[in-house]
Design a protein around this ligand. Structure first.
Ligand code: 6GU
Length: 273
């Protein structure tokens, strides 16, 4: 997979040399090109922004540098044999970045990221490139960052670990929270390793029992416990057919019950005022 990042803060992307993504690069599984947007400015001050039409606070990133930079990066990619680029535009007004979207992006050969600063990029840039390639405007959560660079790091790491051969063990994604399958939409529960006692704290006996069925059940109960506590919205959204008899017993203990449509909700007496 090829990744291009266009930014006015190329150093912000230095972490792409570290850990999983850095190793994937070193192994040649990922080609990363970080470009300084200011290389495509034409004035003495390397201006990339200007005041917004219609007024209002802040500045807007100008069309010129982005258009020239994208043309140049796309031409370079095509010349060196890349194909099928998609444009990934980080913005708090984008669609939520999810595991499902990470999987979709991991199946593309070439991602081009355009993290912006200030109030964002002149809309005509996205509209123009959307006529040439798929464009994904993505947000990494309901909060506002000063720029899209941190979001590029987030998306890149989520995508890179899905590439064939990047994670040592293909099984490692199987139980990921948000991975498709039986545990879809449940958060993962707690995990433990040696030593068996630490500061007078032991580990749950079941994990030492060697009884795979009981361990799987315990893990699922803990997943239900965490998900009801931290992400009740995920339980409410779940197809109730995904819950077996034991799940229903656990949900009941946790104060959840099926409503008229079968979907689970918090029992009224357990809802805090
Ligand atoms: Cl992708 N960019 C910025 N600036 N803020 C964000 C974001 C992206 N996602 C959430 N907040």
């Amino acid at each position: 997979m090829r990744l291009d990042v266009l930014t006015i803060f190329p150093e912000y992307l230095d972490p792409l040399n570290v850990s999983l993504v850095g190793k994937a690069r070193a192994r040649g599984q990922l080609q990363v090109h970080v470009h300084d947007l200011r290389e495509w400015t034409h004035d003495r001050h390397n201006t990339v922004d200007d005041t917004p039409y219609g007024g209002g606070p802040g500045m807007v990133m100008k069309t010129g540098p982005w258009g020239d930079a994208l043309d140049s990066v796309l031409a370079d990619g095509y010349e060196t044999g890349s194909h099928g680029p998609v444009l990934v535009v980080p913005t708090p007004s984008g669609r939520p970045f999810t595991q499902e979207l990470a999987v979709e992006l991991s199946e593309r050969p070439w991602l081009v990221f355009t993290p912006a600063r200030y109030e964002g990029i002149d809309r005509r840039v996205v509209d123009e490139y959307a006529t040439r390639m798929p464009v994904y405007e993505v947000s990494i959560g309901d909060y506002v960052l000063a720029g899209g660079e941190a979001a590029v790091l987030v998306v890149t790491e989520a995508v890179a670990r899905l590439l064939p051969g990047v994670l040592g063990n293909a099984e490692s994604h199987r139980d990921d929270s948000f991975a498709p399958g039986a545990m879809a939409n449940l958060l993962e529960g707690p995990v433990y390793t040696k030593p068996p006692r630490w500061r007078d704290r032991g580990i749950p006996d079941v994990l030492l029992s060697g009884h795979h069925g009981k361990i799987a059940r315990w893990r699922r109960d803990e997943a239900l416990r965490r998900t009801t506590a931290n992400r009740p919205d995920l339980i409410e959204r779940c197809d109730p057919a995904a819950f077996d008899k034991k799940d229903r017993e656990m949900l009941s203990i946790l104060g959840w019950q099926p409503g008229p449509d079968g979907r689970f909700g918090r029992r009224p007496d357990t809802v805090e005022e």
